[in-house]
Every structure is written in structure tokens, then in C-alpha cells.
Design a protein around this ligand. Structure first.
Ligand code: PBG
Length: 333
């Protein structure tokens, strides 16, 4: 469709921008709290909220505080919360066994949330990096990330998360074949209703820096993740990854990071038509917050504009550290 417009003076497009009421009537996209998934960092202890230095306004919470956060999110209309455990060096081992411990931090947090706030969907992270002494998402042998042995471990981790009551599993590891293996194991164990949101198009990005700090992986990580995360130069490959993960049993797919990859969001939604989510990652959040704290941009407006761009690009929803602040603003305060 090529829009045609009469020439001036018959056409005055500014009429539609002339008042808030008319702008509201013709707005093509809208952001709502229901579009948001809130990633939160969980740590051990009680009544703890510990600031993450590289993410102003974001804290690591003990489980009791995560439950309070889940309550607040649900009351704001945010449908899902996504858990990332902060793990100290003592929980990081070569065999990553803590990943499938039924009582690990993430699984205990899931059970606590589902008991107290059953209406909110709990999403969990399927990847070995919180539990690995190398900071990688898979096992390392001879300097290489080994795929198939990692997938076996991811299946155990995913089953433990499903047992704990997770509604949505988010494999963020980028190993080949993990979606199919996890889906088959879930079916066999009777977890037929557990949703998989695949981190399908996850790029090897510099924008994850603050996150690695937040989960305690920054100092552990040796080398980079370029042999499993995608090359930022590629577009067609993202479509192949999304199509593959959908064929293996993913229900929803994700593009990550968000703002630097809006072209990928647009193509994924247009060409595959699947539920498509963007992850506005830690570095994106940190940039906006840092500029706002310096008084260089209006933080609230930049936050809302940055979230709105994902709706314009065709995304069904957004994982964002801004979720509660944005939802509060949308609720009028
Ligand atoms: C790792 C994982 C990462 C993020 C989510 N899961 C970092 C990485 O791949 O190193 C990044 C999220 C963010 O930056 O906000 N499994």
C-alpha cells in the first residue's frame, strides 16, 4: 500500500497532531503493562535489596523481596516476571551441578512466587552461566564450548525448573538442539503446559556488560561467546534460528538485544508470524539511565519512547528492566 496524500493546502497532516485527543485517536501502536516482562535478579539472604552499580535503580533481591516485587508487578498488570540468580564463586563448578538442584536459588524463588502470587507467570533462565566456573553458557573442554553434553545438562536444568512451577522456560544458551531436547523431556515428564520462549536470535553483544556484573559472571567469564551467540552482521541467520526453534517446539521467540536489532524484530514478526519478544538488555537500560541521571535526556520520556519502538517494530512484548517504572507511569503515577 502506497499512501497517497493530497497536496497542500487541502492536506494539512498537522491537524491530526493538533491536540492530545486527536493524537490519541490516530496512534498506530500502544504500549500497555500487559506487553511487559520484568527481569529480576535474585540473591540469597533475607530482606536484602542490593544495588547493582552498573544498573542504577536495579537491585538484587532476596527471595522474600522478589515475592513482594512479583506482587507489585501483578498489581500493575505486568503478566510475567523473569528470574536470574546471582551466584557467588562457591556455587560455580566445572560440572555446573547447582543448575539442576531442585532447591537452588532460582527454583526456591519460583516456588515462593507461585505460592504467594499464583497469577503472575514465572519465567526462568535455562543456561549454565550462573553455575559455571568459566562464566560460559555451556561446558568447556579444551577451550571449546561443547554442544551436546551441554544440552543434556540444560534438559536436567529445565526439568528442575518445570518441577518448581515455572510457567515459561527461557533457554538463553544458544546451543544447537536444546529446544527440541527440552520439549521432548517436558512432554515425557508430563509438563505439557510449560511454555518455551526461545532466545532464538541472540547476538554476541557488548550490551550485556552490566548484566554479567549483576549476576556475578563478569569476573568469571573467560573469553567471549562468539562461537555460540550470533554475529551482529547477520540477518538471514536470525530467521533461520527462529524457524528452527519454532520447529523444535518453541512457543514464543525472542530477539536480543532489542534497540540495536529492531530490524530483526520486524523481519521475524513479518516472516514467521510467531509471538515475538525483544529483550531490552542491561546495556540499553544502563545507557538511558546514565544519560538521564546526568540530566542529558528526559529519563521518563526516553524510557517510554524506547519501549514503544518495539511495538512499532511488531513485537508482541518486551523484557525490560523498566517494566515496573513504565507500568507505574502508565497507571498515572
Ligand atoms: C546468559 C544471559 C545473558 C543475558 C541474559 N542471559 C548474558 C550473556 O549472554 O552473557 C543478558 C541480559 C542483559 O544484558 O540484560 N545466559
Amino acid at each position: 500500500m502506497t499512501p497517497v496524500q493530497a497536496p497542500f493546502p487541502q492536506s494539512r497532516p498537522r491537524r491530526l497532531r493538533a491536540s492530545p485527543a486527536r493524537r490519541a485517536l490516530v496512534a498506530e501502536t500502544r504500549l500497555a503493562p500487559a506487553d511487559l516482562i520484568w527481569p529480576v535478579f535474585v540473591r540469597d539472604g533475607n530482606a536484602v535489596e542490593e544495588p547493582v552499580a552498573s544498573m542504577p535503580g536495579v537491585v538484587r533481591r532476596s527471595i522474600d523481596r522478589v515475592v513482594e516485587a512479583a506482587r507489585e508487578a501483578a498489581d500493575l498488570g505486568i503478566p510475567a516476571i523473569c528470574l536470574f540468580p546471582y551466584t557467588g564463586a562457591e556455587q560455580r563448578t566445572a560440572d555446573c551441578a547447582e543448575a539442576w538442584n531442585p532447591d537452588n536459588l532460582s527454583n526456591r524463588a519460583t516456588r515462593a512466587i507461585k505460592a504467594a502470587v499464583p497469577e503472575i507467570a514465572v519465567m526462568t533462565d535455562v543456561a549454565l552461566d550462573p553455575y559455571s566456573d568459566t562464566g560460559h553458557d555451556g561446558f568447556v573442554e579444551g577451550g571449546r564450548i561443547v554442544n551436546d553434553a551441554t544440552v543434556e545438562a540444560l534438559v536436567k536444568q529445565a526439568l528442575a525448573q518445570a518441577e518448581a512451577g515455572a510457567d515459561i522456560l527461557g533457554p538463553s544458551d544458544m546451543m544447537d538442539g536444546r529446544i527440541g531436547a527440552i520439549r521432548a523431556a517436558l512432554e515425557q515428564a508430563g509438563h505439557t503446559d510449560v511454555t518455551i520462549m526461545s532466545y532464538a536470535a541472540k547476538y554476541a553483544s557488548a550490551f550485556y556488560g552490566p548484566f554479567r556484573d549483576a549476576v556475578g559472571a563478569a569476573s568469571a567469564l573467560k573469553g567471549d561467546k562468539k562461537t555460540y551467540q550470533m554475529d551482529p552482521a547477520n540477518t538471514d541467520e536470525a530467521l533461520r534460528m527462529v524457524a528452527r526453534d519454532l520447529s523444535e517446539g518453541a512457543d514464543m521467540v525472542m530477539v536480543k538485544p532489542g534497540m540495536p536489532y529492531l530490524d530483526i524484530c520486524r523481519r521475524v514478526k513479518a516472516e514467521l508470524g510467531a509471538p515475538t519478544f525483544a529483550y531490552q538488555v542491561s546495556g540499553e537500560y544502563a545507557m538511558i539511565r546514565a544519560a538521564a541521571l546526568n540530566g542529558w535526556i528526559d529519563g521518563e520520556r526516553a524510557m517510554m519512547e524506547s519501549l514503544g519502538c518495539f511495538k512499532r517494530a511488531g513485537c508482541d512484548g518486551i523484557l525490560s528492566y523498566f517494566a515496573p517504572a513504565a507500568a507505574r507511569l502508565m497507571a498515572g503515577g
